[in-house]
Design a protein around this ligand. Structure first.
Ligand SMILES: *Cc1c(COP(=O)(O)O)cnc(C)c1O
Length: 436
């Protein structure tokens, strides 16, 4: 079956006028459920893509599928003609299975297994390096590889410290590595960095491009011919953060250091930018416990709610990646109880399985629903079998006009079709679910 038919079988098409709020209402109306639901709106992903093309016209998006590899999202990005950032043979095989041209794939793993290097050689994939040992491994197992050097940009605000795990130091170490690559005869064709997490300060992109220019000049002095630059990921995916804030700094950097007439291919690896806002978690409360003050039992100190979804499901990032949650109470304000200190627990026996602590919330009851926006990135992909609970269940919708647009993409130039879409031109905003 072709991608379009497979995708069609996974989703429900709704009229353009159906709002996100109405979709949540529909799911809630089904009543308490065993698993939490991931309301997935493909429209949101398509709008994100449209905004990317509009604001960053020189940069080809290579979707980082690790952020969310749900079939419906991956298939939509295939129809849109995205490229891919893959870090494992599993991800590579998945994408190559769609017959994506290896030119549209970056095997972005700086510490590869020998088996994956041999696979990359067979498929003629580009890859990256950031250390002497990796260069020697590439030299031994895939000497004809085209590779990019990954350098790091140290940013104080990155709580995940991605800058420390991968990437060489950009001034001295990167030059020594290029010297070695020259000696080994490895074809280095460009550079990459990954700011990671949600890059809070967009100026980091400008700094990275500037550093990349210095490195390019050095490489060209050694006789390398650079033609690929890769700006990595780290673009916020939340509905209320627009791509403008990055585009301004990036376009300024590119115009200054890599103007269009020089003909470099420029890519970036957005993950959460594409996936986060597309998913709204709709989670029923299935248990509740009032915690009373020891001295004064009349006083309620905290309310514990138990959900069938926690850090082993949707909320790993909320707990451990500093994302936090903004719960939306899904019932009319007239039915809210008094505001109390509140803690949200996941279902497992693990005491650390909570994802909000001591927040102020109106009191709710068992079988009420709480809704969390922007839960599409680094959520369900983290879910595991611990304690036998179900992973969150995706329920996917698309508006009629967007579906028609996806149908068209399978017959022509996807980028043109998206850019020329009158529907997207008029509907590129995002509906927020929070009640005012
Ligand atoms: C995870 C990752 C990305 C995507 O990061 P986001 O913050 O989701 O945009 C891009 N590139 C590399 C190398 C990564 O490891």
């Amino acid at each position: 079956m072709d991608i379009l038919s497979v995708l069609r079988s996974r989703l429900e098409i709704v009229d353009d006028c159906v709002t996100s709020k109405q979709l949540v209402d529909r799911l809630v109306a089904r009543g308490p459920l065993e698993e939490s639901l991931h309301l997935t709106e493909l429209d949101t992903l398509v709008k994100r893509h449209y905004q990317w093309l509009k604001h960053l016209p020189r940069i080809r998006p290579f979707y980082a599928i690790k952020s969310n590899d749900e079939p419906s999202l991956v298939e939509t990005t295939i129809l849109l003609g995205c490229g891919y950032d893959c870090a494992s043979t599993g991800e590579l095989k998945r994408i190559l299975g769609f017959r994506v041209d290896p030119e549209r794939i970056m095997f972005g793993q700086p510490a590869k297994t020998i088996e994956s290097l041999e696979f990359a050689k067979k498929m003629k994939l580009r890859t990256v390096f950031d250390s002497e040992d990796e260069l020697r491994k590439i030299h031994r197992y895939y000497p004809e590889a085209k590779v990019v050097i990954r350098f790091r940009l140290e940013t104080v605000e990155d709580p995940m410290r991605l800058g420390i795990k991968f990437g060489c130091e950009v001034d001295l170490e990167a030059r020594e590595l290029l010297d070695l690559a020259k000696e080994l005869g490895i074809d280095v064709i460009g550079w990459c960095f990954n700011l990671g997490h949600s890059c809070i300060n967009p100026e980091n992109f400008y700094t990275g491009i500037k550093k990349g220019r210095e490195l390019t000049d050095y490489a060209e002095s050694l006789g390398f011919k650079f033609n690929l630059i890769d700006l990595g990921g780290g673009f916020s995916g939340d509905k209320d953060v627009s791509i403008d804030r990055y585009a301004e700094q990036i376009n300024r950097g590119l115009d200054e250091f890599f103007p269009a007439e020089l003909g470099y291919t420029i890519v970036a690896e957005p993950g959460r930018y594409y996936s986060a806002a597309a998913v709204t978690a709709v989670v029923p409360i299935h248990g509740k416990r009032m915690i009373r003050n020891k001295e004064n039992p009349k006083e309620i100190e905290n309310v514990f709610y138990f959900f069938n979804d926690g850090i082993y499901g949707t909320f790993y990032s909320a707990r451990y990646r500093g994302k936090g949650v903004k719960p939306i109470v899904w019932k009319s304000q007239s039915e809210w109880g008094p505001v109390r200190k509140t803690t949200f627990y996941g279902p497992s026996c693990d005491g650390i399985d909570f994802f909000a602590k001591d927040i102020d919330m109106p009191e709710l009851g068992v079988s009420d629903f709480v809704v969390f926006e922007n839960q599409g990135a680094y959520s369900r992909v983290h879910s595991c079998r611990f304690n036998g609970f179900c992973p969150p269940k995706p329920v996917t919708f698309v508006r009629k006009s967007v579906w028609e647009l996806l149908e068209e993409t399978s017959e022509g130039d996807a980028t043109r079709i998206v850019m020329d879409s009158k529907y997207l031109l008029e509907n590129d905003n995002f509906e927020k679910l929070a009640f005012e």
